[in-house]
Design a protein around this ligand. Structure first.
Ligand code: UD1
Ligand code: PEP
Length: 467
């Protein structure tokens, strides 16, 4: 089993650069299916497992993709299938976002139900309600959805019962080439929705109001490929801001956009951290003790549910008791039990967690149960006394590029110990002979690789950067 090993107690200092947003790039890659002519080139594509996965889904549908240096060129002129493979959709909920574009392009789609996950049941009723309103006929069988449209999708007025990010995106994509105008009411307002709308508009779509609660999409005949730069990942940025604060550090998060991180900045300031924002990023300085604060997650522009676990971890070291309320997902406190193993005192009652501050956090063996739970455990480990081993890395690697390298460059004592399977794969790739293979594996296991600083992680003197 691979694991991240952290020896806590180091103060983080320096500069870390954020990658392109996972939650933007996934819908944008799905939207590339809509280009009937020309190629799309998407820049600032993070090297994440989720991106690999959605590219596999697109390949199975007939999209040609070429990747180089953080960019992907996609050619979707001739699609060859309307069936998104079960094995791939099952791995990642966001692959359900190909449903809208496939309905629009081919008038039919077969896709497995994405199912729930650790953080909640995550139904897709709002996506389907939107497609039905636009004229799609939807059938279910053997865990899959089959939908067809007689002719073209038709514009409709759709009120979402919950301001779902995925449903807003799926419906926007389906509506881009529908007959007539679609209005989405109670639409999600996340920055990733705006990024998707900007990409669609550059492709020739007419999407107005993205970023507000009412989005209007005037259907056009066809869309074409374009170049697009994905926005920086606000959740990755927020995670490094928390990592800085929890270690009493001084970190410049390059690429962080203040307007996308309003509630995180506000809460850190309420706690007593000093935040300086400029057009290139956000600097966080914190000295302990920090003040306890209450946090309630809400759809954007409220406090993001994707930052709740990391924020809860920071509240452990604050002075006083904090109340954390999770209103977006019904089961997003999975990190609590793991934090308790590290010495935290947290009581959960339904959707509320009462966090006792001034905790003495100590190293333990813990497991990431979902992506942000994993990030929270790494944050806790940075502040813990002693050594922490975090497993369940497949969750973390869905959403964080080079997290170990980035934290190491900031001064954390952190390394990633690969699993025997990963070592074997690495040795096979290096085409080692059987005799050398054993020796290679033994050496690797005795000395887990400390991450090398990657070219895109700068170690800059914060004083000099901000002077
Ligand atoms: C790839 C991606 O962008 N993922 C993000 C996206 O997920 P995702 O798009 O899946 O999240 P939604 O905004 O759809 O979900 C919000 C709430 O609405 C409910 N719901 C959703 C759809 C539906 O048809 N019916 C329904 O009841 C969900 O169960 C949940 O309680 O937004 C979430 C909320 O900000 C983030 O945590 C995820 O990181
Ligand atoms: C819940 C998340 O992502 P997804 O919707 O891809 O599961 C997340 O990014 O925290």
């Amino acid at each position: 089993m691979s694991k991240i090993i952290v020896r806590g107690g180091r103060t983080l200092k320096g500069t870390v650069r954020v990658h392109g947003a996972k939650n933007s790039v996934l819908p944008i890659l799905a939207a590339a299916l809509l280009a009937e002519e020309g190629s799309s080139v998407i820049h600032d594509v993070p090297a994440l497992d989720d991106v690999k996965n959605i590219l596999q889904v697109l390949a199975a549908l007939g999209v040609h993709a070429q990747q180089s240096d953080g960019s992907v060129r996609l050619q979707a002129e001739s699609l060859t299938s309307h069936e998104a493979p079960y094995e791939l959709v099952r791995k990642m909920r966001a692959s359900f976002l190909v449903m809208g574009p496939l309905l629009a392009r081919l008038g039919k789609v077969k896709i497995s139900l994405p199912g729930g996950c650790a953080i909640g049941t995550r139904p897709i009723d709002q996506h389907l309600k939107g497609f039905e309103a636009m004229g799609a006929e939807i059938g279910f069988g053997q865990g899959a959805i089959e939908a067809t449209v007689n002719g073209k999708l038709r514009g409709a007025r759709i009120y979402l019962d919950v301001a779902s990010v995925g449903a807003t995106e799926n419906i926007m994509m389906a509506a881009a080439t529908a007959d007539g105008t679609t209005t989405i009411e109670n639409a999600a307002k996340e920055p990733e929705i705006v990024d998707l709308a900007n990409y669609l508009n550059a492709m020739g779509a007419i999407v107005r109001g993205a970023g507000t609660g009412v989005i209007r999409i005037e259907g056009v005949e066809r869309l074409h490929g374009v170049e697009h730069h994905v926005i920086p990942d606000r959740v990755e940025a927020g995670t490094y801001m928390i990592a800085a604060a929890i270690t009493g550090g001084d970190v410049y998060v390059e690429g962080a956009i203040r307007d996308h991180l309003g509630p995180v900045v506000a809460k850190l300031e309420e706690m007593g951290a000093v935040i300086d924002c400029d057009e290139n990023g956000i600097r966080v300085r914190a000295s302990h003790p920090l003040r306890a604060v209450d946090v309630k997650t809400l759809p954007y522009p409220g406090f993001p549910t994707d930052m709740q676990a990391q924020m809860m971890t920071l509240l452990l070291v604050a002075d006083g008791t904090s109340i954390v309320t999770e209103t977006v997902f019904e089961n997003r406190f999975m990190h609590v039990d793991e934090l308790i193993k590290m010495g935290a005192e947290i009581k959960v009652d339904g959707r509320t967690a009462i966090v006792t501050g001034n905790a003495k956090i100590s190293g333990a063996s813990v497991c990431a149960t979902d992506l942000r739970a994993g990030a929270a455990l790494i944050c806790a480990a940075l502040a813990a006394e002693g050594s922490t081993e975090v497993t369940g890395l497949h969750h973390i690697e869905r959403g964080y590029v080079d997290i170990v390298s980035k934290l190491a460059v900031l001064g954390a004592d952190i390394l990633r110990a690969p699993s025997p399977e990963e070592l074997l794969e690495e040795a096979e790739q290096a085409q080692l002979q059987p005799a050398n293979l054993l020796q290679h594996l033994e050496q690797q296991q005795q000395q887990p690789q400390r991450p090398a600083a990657k070219a895109d992680v700068g170690v800059l003197n914060v004083q000099a950067t901000l002077a």
